[in-house]
Design a protein. Structure first.
Length: 113
Protein backbone atom coordinates (compact mmCIF):
# COMPACT_ATOMS: atom_id res chain seq x y z
CA UNK A 1 0.00 0.00 0.00
CA UNK A 2 1.47 3.32 -1.03
CA UNK A 3 -0.79 5.56 1.04
CA UNK A 4 -0.39 5.36 4.79
CA UNK A 5 -3.60 7.35 5.55
CA UNK A 6 -5.60 5.05 3.25
CA UNK A 7 -4.08 2.00 4.95
CA UNK A 8 -4.99 3.43 8.37
CA UNK A 9 -8.57 4.07 7.23
CA UNK A 10 -8.94 0.56 5.82
CA UNK A 11 -7.52 -0.98 9.00
CA UNK A 12 -9.98 1.05 11.08
CA UNK A 13 -12.93 -0.05 8.95
CA UNK A 14 -11.75 -3.66 8.96
CA UNK A 15 -11.33 -3.83 12.71
CA UNK A 16 -14.53 -1.92 13.54
CA UNK A 17 -16.61 -5.01 12.84
CA UNK A 18 -14.79 -7.17 15.37
CA UNK A 19 -16.78 -5.63 18.22
CA UNK A 20 -19.91 -7.29 16.91
CA UNK A 21 -18.50 -10.78 17.55
CA UNK A 22 -19.19 -10.62 21.29
CA UNK A 23 -22.77 -9.59 20.75
CA UNK A 24 -23.53 -12.10 18.03
CA UNK A 25 -21.87 -15.00 19.85
CA UNK A 26 -23.24 -14.43 23.35
CA UNK A 27 -25.64 -11.54 23.98
CA UNK A 28 -28.07 -12.15 21.11
CA UNK A 29 -28.38 -15.95 21.64
CA UNK A 30 -28.84 -15.60 25.42
CA UNK A 31 -31.53 -12.97 25.08
CA UNK A 32 -33.33 -15.02 22.44
CA UNK A 33 -33.95 -18.15 24.53
CA UNK A 34 -35.29 -18.90 28.01
CA UNK A 35 -32.70 -18.68 30.79
CA UNK A 36 -32.31 -22.45 31.24
CA UNK A 37 -31.19 -22.81 27.59
CA UNK A 38 -28.68 -19.94 27.58
CA UNK A 39 -25.59 -22.17 27.81
CA UNK A 40 -26.87 -24.36 24.98
CA UNK A 41 -27.57 -21.29 22.84
CA UNK A 42 -24.04 -19.94 23.30
CA UNK A 43 -22.49 -23.38 22.75
CA UNK A 44 -24.42 -24.04 19.55
CA UNK A 45 -23.68 -20.57 18.20
CA UNK A 46 -19.95 -20.86 18.81
CA UNK A 47 -19.79 -24.52 17.76
CA UNK A 48 -21.59 -24.02 14.45
CA UNK A 49 -19.57 -20.86 13.78
CA UNK A 50 -16.30 -22.72 14.37
CA UNK A 51 -17.43 -25.67 12.27
CA UNK A 52 -18.28 -23.49 9.30
CA UNK A 53 -15.75 -20.67 9.73
CA UNK A 54 -12.80 -22.54 11.16
CA UNK A 55 -13.10 -25.97 9.55
CA UNK A 56 -15.12 -25.91 6.33
CA UNK A 57 -14.27 -22.39 5.13
CA UNK A 58 -10.50 -22.95 4.68
CA UNK A 59 -11.06 -26.21 2.81
CA UNK A 60 -13.74 -24.81 0.50
CA UNK A 61 -11.85 -21.57 -0.16
CA UNK A 62 -8.62 -23.47 -0.73
CA UNK A 63 -10.31 -25.69 -3.31
CA UNK A 64 -11.91 -22.66 -4.98
CA UNK A 65 -8.55 -20.87 -5.05
CA UNK A 66 -6.95 -23.90 -6.71
CA UNK A 67 -9.65 -23.97 -9.39
CA UNK A 68 -10.43 -20.27 -10.01
CA UNK A 69 -7.38 -18.40 -8.76
CA UNK A 70 -5.96 -16.92 -5.59
CA UNK A 71 -8.37 -13.95 -5.55
CA UNK A 72 -11.46 -16.19 -5.20
CA UNK A 73 -11.40 -16.43 -1.37
CA UNK A 74 -11.53 -12.63 -1.22
CA UNK A 75 -14.63 -12.63 -3.41
CA UNK A 76 -16.20 -15.32 -1.24
CA UNK A 77 -15.48 -13.26 1.90
CA UNK A 78 -16.96 -10.14 0.28
CA UNK A 79 -20.07 -12.06 -0.80
CA UNK A 80 -20.47 -13.54 2.70
CA UNK A 81 -20.19 -10.07 4.25
CA UNK A 82 -22.79 -8.68 1.83
CA UNK A 83 -25.11 -11.61 2.55
CA UNK A 84 -24.73 -11.13 6.31
CA UNK A 85 -25.48 -7.43 5.88
CA UNK A 86 -28.68 -8.20 3.99
CA UNK A 87 -29.76 -10.92 6.41
CA UNK A 88 -29.38 -8.61 9.42
CA UNK A 89 -32.48 -6.77 8.24
CA UNK A 90 -34.51 -9.95 8.88
CA UNK A 91 -33.69 -10.07 12.62
CA UNK A 92 -36.74 -9.88 14.86
CA UNK A 93 -36.79 -9.20 18.58
CA UNK A 94 -37.35 -12.55 20.29
CA UNK A 95 -36.48 -11.75 23.90
CA UNK A 96 -39.63 -12.44 25.94
CA UNK A 97 -39.19 -9.29 28.04
CA UNK A 98 -38.89 -7.11 24.94
CA UNK A 99 -41.34 -8.83 22.60
CA UNK A 100 -44.15 -9.24 25.18
CA UNK A 101 -43.69 -6.61 27.87
CA UNK A 102 -45.84 -7.03 30.95
CA UNK A 103 -47.42 -4.13 32.71
CA UNK A 104 -46.11 -3.93 36.24
CA UNK A 105 -47.56 -1.88 39.07
CA UNK A 106 -47.44 1.82 38.50
CA UNK A 107 -44.97 3.53 40.77
CA UNK A 108 -45.49 7.22 41.46
CA UNK A 109 -42.53 9.21 42.56
CA UNK A 110 -43.10 12.68 43.87
CA UNK A 111 -41.73 15.25 46.23
CA UNK A 112 -43.93 16.54 49.03
CA UNK A 113 -43.24 20.13 49.80
Amino acid sequence: MDSIPLMMLLLFIGSAGSGVIGMSMSVIPVESVPLQYSGLAIGLTIGIGELIGGFLNPMVNGALADIYGIQTPLYVAAAAGALAFLLCFLYKETAPAKAHPTQGPEVKIGVNI
